[in-house]
Design a protein around this ligand. Structure first.
Ligand SMILES: Nc1ncnc2c1ncn2[C@@H]1O[C@H](COP(=O)(O)OP(=O)(O)OP(=O)(O)O)[C@@H](O)[C@H]1O
Ligand SMILES: [Mg+2]
Length: 210
């Protein structure tokens, strides 16, 4: 017999993963998705950028920061309207691989004002919880190299600034963020996420029995 699915009402929960390239976002987002699904929650897993045409364009072209910021914002608005908001409204948990905080990190390091990013993202719903996977650059490089990618960190000083910017955002938006030491094993990181997530949900009076 299938048990009825567990919902989180009102308004669902919107949990997003952030961190520099190779920090483990996709790995951990999938693990959290599977953990929650196995515990019979209704969960939706999404990944930004979402629209294939926008994603392909972003990766094929070396865009200036403004064009990049607009495309990410447009993609996010479409994703939220089509998938994220309807899911949250029906009480589901949304787990997202990246969010507006990626724009507030990467595009701000590329020189755009945070206010401008917020303005073009004015219609989006902010995450309830941001899981920041923090780790030293060298480790992220090693992980990407192990995955066969050697081209990603052509500019390590840029990625270092992105790491620092994420930590700054975590301080600025303290009530939303949990910061995870992502340098440990996949399993240890997953466990730390569950522990800190449970604490945060409790603090925010969101009733989910993880
Ligand atoms: N804790 C960990 N320890 C060792 N290797 C890991 C760990 N977490 C993830 N990896 C491996 O490191 C690589 C990068 O992880 P993943 O793709 O999850 O990162 P990401 O943050 O999604 O990267 P990207 O920014 O490229 O999307 C993968 O090959 C993954 O299997
Ligand atoms: Mg990824």
């Amino acid at each position: 017999m299938d048990l009825p699915k567990r919902k989180v009402t009102p308004g669902g929960v919107y949990i997003v993963f952030e961190g520099i390239d190779g920090s483990g976002k996709t790995t951990q987002a999938v693990m959290l998705y599977e953990y929650l699904s196995n515990r019979n929650f209704e969960v939706v897993l999404v990944r930004e950028p979402w629209v294939k045409a926008i994603k392909d364009f972003l990766y094929k072209h070396d865009l200036d920061p403004d064009a990049e910021a607009y495309l990410f914002a447009a993609d996010r608005i479409i994703l939220q309207k089509e998938v994220v908001l309807p899911a949250l409204e029906s009480g589901k948990i949304v787990v997202s691989d990246r969010s507006v905080f990626a724009s507030l990190a990467y595009q701000v390091v590329r020189g755009l004002p945070a206010d401008f990013i917020m303005a073009i993202n004015r219609s989006i719903r902010l995450p309830d919880i941001v899981v920041l996977l923090d780790l030293p650059l060298e480790l992220a490089v090693k992980r990407l190299e192990a995955r066969g990618e050697t081209t990603r960190f052509e500019d390590p000083s840029f990625m270092q600034k992105v790491r620092e910017r994420y930590l700054e955002l975590a301080r600025e938006y303290n009530s939303l963020f949990i910061v995870i030491d992502a340098s440990r094993t996949i399993h240890e990181v997953h466990q730390e996420i569950l522990t800190k997530l449970a604490e945060k949900l409790k603090n925010k009076s969101i009733k989910i029995d993880l």
